[in-house]
Design a protein around this ligand. Structure first.
Ligand SMILES: [Zn+2]
Length: 167
């Protein structure tokens, strides 16, 4: 046995532990349509139940943002952790956009209208389609067209006639 092999000295030869290149979980998580295994998709109902449970246990009410008040001065407590978890869930849901049921409904209406706005008759895509549920027959419209309808409703038919005479 020779002792030719250089002894690893404690500084020079130890490979510096390089962090494995892993994408940061929360920062880059985009609201993708693909369901991620292991993490059931959060539904608005689940969040509502969790919020209600939290509020009951801590005797709190939701604020205008739909969240319980931040537990000031409670850092490192269970309550603080729970609040952070609710806050993240709330943010995740609110960045997900319109919920799936609404999207589906608008898609149905849009298909029935042959992808055209019921007011201007111009092409309309799902992203621009705004649902008008006020009339007896629900429909999707451009945002501007829906504004026109809403204004006409607010002002009444006579005003609409007078406006017509000015076109
Ligand atoms: Zn339109």
């Amino acid at each position: 046995m020779t002792k030719r092999a250089p002894q690893p000295c404690c500084l020079g030869h130890t490979p510096s532990p390089s962090p494995a290149p892993r994408p940061p979980a929360a920062a880059t998580a985009s609201p993708s349509r693909r369901a991620r295994p292991g993490r059931p998709r959060l539904t608005p109902e689940e969040l509502r139940d969790r919020l209600a449970d939290y509020c009951t246990r801590y005797s709190l009410a939701l604020n205008d943002d739909g969240l319980p008040p931040f537990p000031a001065g409670q850092r490192e407590t269970v309550q603080h952790r729970e609040w952070m978890s609710l806050y993240k869930a709330h943010r995740r849901l609110s960045t997900r956009g319109p919920d799936a049921a609404d999207l589906e409904r608008r898609q149905e209406l849009l298909s029935a209208q042959h992808a055209r706005c019921v007011v201007c008759r111009k092409p309309l895509d799902l992203e621009d389609a705004r649902a008008d549920g006020q009339a007896a027959d629900a429909a999707v419209l451009h945002a501007r067209c829906l504004e026109l309808v809403a204004l006409a409703r607010a002002l009444g038919p006579e005003a609409l006639e007078r406006a017509r005479s000015r076109i």
